[in-house]
Design a protein around this ligand. Structure first.
Ligand code: ZN
Length: 196
């Protein structure tokens, strides 16, 4: 477990060795939602999904609450703050598929007993083959040079001709275009973020 030395005093009751070896992506934030610790699975997941950039962008002390697209960020942050205030875990499921697999994760933010922060775990609950029709981006959108909008939750791409249609384009999950902006599709908004 990579732990900020100044934060260790809040974790004396925590089995850091178990967190470190867990297959779940686990990190710890302080009450200002700054990254105070992360485990090995976090490093592996970050490398696989967002490359090396994420590792240099998310050093210990980084403000984690500034990550992700605005409405989702606010929703998660509200959940974290409520968990800290009421000392009740915040739970939230979300989709984070890879080009090969449809995946859903269960996030739990456990308040640390002295309210100094949260232990946040991401447990893989669904991992199966995609059933969506795959769209070949370069043949489908060949005349479109505009910005591509990707759902930050399910990672589908918005049809530039029709705002309501989102396509599963595995190659753009594998290699996102530089002109990608992030939004959230209606089905994800309804299913995962009904309160937004
Ligand atoms: Zn979506």
């Amino acid at each position: 477990m990579n732990v900020d030395p100044a934060f260790e005093k809040h974790l004396s009751h925590v089995n850091l060795d178990a967190l470190s070896k867990s297959q779940d992506v686990i990190y710890i934030v302080d009450s200002s939602i700054r990254l105070m610790a992360f485990n090995e699975a976090w490093i592996i997941f970050a490398r696989k999904n967002d490359g090396e950039n994420i590792l240099s962008n998310y050093l210990l002390g980084t403000q984690v609450s500034e990550v992700g697209i605005k409405p989702i960020r606010k929703y998660i942050l509200n959940g974290y703050m409520k968990a800290l205030r009421e000392k009740i875990p915040f739970v939230h499921d979300y989709e984070c598929s890879s080009p090969q697999a449809y995946r859903v994760f269960h996030q739990t933010a456990y308040p640390i007993f002295d309210s100094s922060g949260l232990i946040i775990t991401h447990h893989l609950i669904i991992n199966k083959q995609h059933t969506e029709r795959e769209i070949d981006f370069y043949s489908h959108f060949e005349n479109d040079q505009k910005i591509v909008t990707q759902c930050a939750n399910c990672r589908k791409i918005r049809d530039p001709q029709n705002d309501k249609t989102w396509f599963w384009v595995p190659e753009l999950v594998e290699r996102p275009l530089p002109n990608t902006s992030h939004g959230i599709c209606d089905p994800c908004l309804d299913h995962y973020y009904p309160d937004i």
